[in-house]
Ligand binder design. Structure first.
Ligand code: ADP
Ligand code: MG
Length: 693
């Protein structure tokens, strides 16, 4: 049996495993010997700095190792219960004390070898109050020699981190011997240039690092692998797009596009011109465009989209614009028909809630080619909508569309150009990781004459004053949004529902004003009618749930009040704030929070108007899984890479991947063969999830 086989074998056959433990390991995603070898500790206990117990002195912050010789729970007079244990090494004894943690009595046993670290103090004698502790061994188990960094592995039911460590230790040398340097996906010269550990070294240090610094070296190397393999895939996807797929080369015609440009009531901003040049360049190429347009709320993406769509239409193709909600699709439809009022282009809205005959007629116009510019929700691609000649697809507010949906779209037409527009700007490291197959355009800067929205945080006690302010703004002719997180009282007792609040505001607080309610459970017609009246200025105050979160554009609205702000994510709040400040008047975003002090999140929100900064903070606070709803979309999770910390590594991985794929697209040459092989085997499943395989 070849050596490589060992790593592919089931863990069950490794020393110290067997069927029962193999089952427990499977719960951690460990099935093969290779999986075990790559199962990294989630932290390390540094015992290289262990102090002999006799040398522990009050005032030190220290790490010690000793055997538990006695233990128990001690009640104090104030009713707090302490767990205490006395540990002993060859030099002496010391008491360890855990205030308020009597339950540890069930975890820590007499005879255990404990590693503790924390402050040493004097309390009826020397005492250490462990910040952290690790049971290195139970009575009778052997402890590895002192002076090592102990890996602490993620454990699972039926398998403690000690047992996992023991299994790894027993098998590590044999497994490392089976790691073939020729199978390293990172070519030698690249590895040396980036000062990365070689694979075998890295795996060794991962499990038994001589120092913490080497443990970090190991992590960095394995993180690089994760980033690199993904970037190689993206590089390949881009290569195939460039070389193998037939797209449409749209010509510059100076027809519809020019007329439209001349009819615009404003000058395009420099940023708009820049991204239009990029988009236009892509559209001229005989390969499909795959571009992400990132622009902060209110940066003017719609008009950019319209230019691109008209370019497709004047070349005899259809263009589709997809919005994440019906309300937005309707609004886009309105904006677009208004802006194209003097143009011969046929604009079609396909939305839910059409009567069967209405829908049939619309579908006929789409499949017959009479409809040139088609606007709808993602139902446009999910259902059996047939286009006559689809040339361009624009996805607005992309963060609600999964990677999968994006691909589905490609199948809807032959090879239409695709432009994804996002108003949730994401940090560059994320864009490269999640949209690595897309080219990115950034629309930075807002149209001129805008005043930044003033954001204030207010406690609930200030609500009366806030509505006083609403009255003044309305008297000055402006309009106001009030947004609530849920619509049914029953969904959360402590949040005032939009419906209930609407009753209260319209009948009492603002009874002299015209107040209306809009929420997701109203029919399309009801929502339409309400929005129409708001746009027309017949409604002063619009009470709403988050249905108005994205896209809505009413320049006369100057106040956005967000109730129950704790319930909103940062990016969501930023979207809401983006509903105001769209005209020339000073606008305000008033965030009402419960409690005395606003949480950190809200303070960040109030401190900046920059969507990119907000996205970074949001990401840091929530983690990228929640930020993106990544789990729903099957985006990969990294075991070692940390996108914030490893950004330089990510860029290195991307550059290297681009260079390698350019030189050897099929990854057949000597030093790339292992990489090509890994893509086809080891990483295949994982990457397939990601739609870039
Ligand atoms: P978003 O990027 O959030 O989708 P919109 O496309 O809705 O932004 O544009 C916001 C507002 O700015 C709209 O009212 C639009 O007409 C206006 N606008 C767009 N571009 C310009 C410009 N160059 N000069 C002035 N106003 C503009
Ligand atoms: Mg928009």
């Amino acid at each position: 049996m070849g050596e490589a086989h060992l790593l592919d074998r089931s863990v069950q056959y490794l020393k110290g495993v067997g069927p029962r433990r193999a089952e427990a390991l499977a719960k951690l995603g460990i099935r093969t010997a290779r999986d075990l070898l790559r199962h990294g500790p989630h932290r390390y206990e540094d015992a290289t700095t262990v102090t002999a117990i006799a040398k522990l002195a009050p005032g030190m912050d220290a790490t010690a190792i000793g055997e538990v010789v006695s233990k128990g729970v001690i009640p104090t007079r104030r009713g707090l219960r302490f767990f205490q244990a006395v540990i002993k090494d060859s030099s002496g004894l010391i008491e360890c004390s855990w205030p308020g943690q009597p339950f540890l009595d069930r975890t820590i046993r007499k005879g255990d070898t404990l590693l503790v670290s924390g402050p040493v103090r004097f309390f009826h004698g020397r005492q250490i109050q462990p910040r952290e502790f690790t049971i290195l061994a139970r009575a009778g188990e052997t402890v590895d020699e002192e002076g090592t960094v102990f890996p602490v592995y993620p454990a699972t039911a039926g398998l403690s981190h000690r047992q996992i460590r023991h299994i790894v230790r027993q098998n590590l040398d044999a497994l490392l011997a089976a790691v073939d340097d020729a199978g390293d996906i990172v070519p030698d010269d690249l590895r040396r240039r980036l000062e990365l550990a070689n694979l075998r070294e890295a795996l060794d240090w991962l499990h038994r690092p001589p120092t913490l610094a080497l443990a970090e070296q190991a992590r960095r190397r394995l993180a690089f692998d994760e980033l690199f393999i993904l970037q190689v895939l993206y590089a390949r996807a881009r290569y195939e797009n460039r070389e193998k797929r037939q797209g449409i080369a749209f010509e510059r015609k100076n027809g519809l596009v020019r007329t439209f440009a001349e009819s615009l009531p404003f000058e395009l901003t420099a940023a708009q011109k820049k991204v239009l040049t990029e988009i236009s360049g892509d559209m001229s190429q005989p390969r499909p465009m795959n571009r992400l347009l990132q622009g902060d709320v209110g940066s003017g993406k719609t008009v950019v989209a319209l230019f691109a769509m008209l370019r497709a239409v004047e070349n005899g193709y259809q263009a589709a614009l997809m919005a994440p909600t019906e309300l937005l699709a309707e609004q886009h439809h309105k904006t677009v028909t208004d802006m194209l009022a003097d143009s011969p282009v046929n604009v079609e809205l396909l939305r839910g809630g059409f009567r069967a005959s209405q829908r049939r007629d619309a579908l006929e116009r789409i499949s017959g080619g009479e409809a040139q510019l088609i606007i709808g929700t993602h139902a446009l691609i999910q259902e059996d909508v047939e286009f006559q000649r689809l040339g361009l697809v624009i996805i607005d507010e992309q963060h609600r569309f999964g990677v999968r949906q994006r691909l589905q779209l490609r199948r809807a037409g032959a090879e239409p150009d695709v432009l994804v527009m996002s108003a949730t700007p994401i940090p560059r490291s994320l864009a490269l990781t999640f949209y690595g197959d897309l080219d990115v355009s950034v629309l930075d800067g807002l149209p001129p004459g805008r005043r930044p929205v003033k954001t204030v945080l207010r406690g609930e006690s200030a609500r009366a004053r806030v509505f006083e302010f609403v009255r003044t703004e309305v008297e000055a002719g402006r309009q106001v949004y009030v947004v609530y997180p849920v619509i049914e009282e029953s969904e959360a007792l402590d949040v005032r529902s939009a419906t209930e609040a609407y009753e209260h505001l319209s009948n009492e607080v603002l009874s002299e004003l015209s107040v209306a309610l809009i929420h997701g459970r109203m029919t399309g017609d009801e929502k339409d009618e309400t929005m129409r009246r708001f746009v027309a200025g017949e409604i002063n105050v619009l009470v709403s749930t988050t249905v108005i979160e994205v896209g809505i554009d009413v320049p006369n609205a100057t106040v956005m009040i967000v109730e129950g702000a704790e319930r909103f994510g940062l990016s969501q709040l930023h979207q809401l704030r983006g509903r105001v400040g769209r005209g020339a008047d000073q606008s305000y975003c008033i965030v009402i929070h419960s409690g005395r002090e606003p949480p950190e999140r809200l303070q960040i929100f109030a401190a900046t108007n920059d969507g990119f900064e907000i996205a970074r903070a949001d990401l840091r606070l929530r983690g990228y899984g929640d930020f993106f709803g990544a789990r729903q979309h099957g985006l990969p999770e990294f075991a070692f890479a940390d996108l914030e910390r490893d950004e330089p590594l990510l860029h290195a991985a991307r550059d290297a991947a681009a260079r390698i794929v350019a030189a050897d697209p099929e990854l057949e040459k000597g030093e790339h063969r292992a990489l090509g092989q890994a893509l086809r085997t080891e990483y295949r499943e994982r990457l397939r999830l990601f739609d870039v395989g």
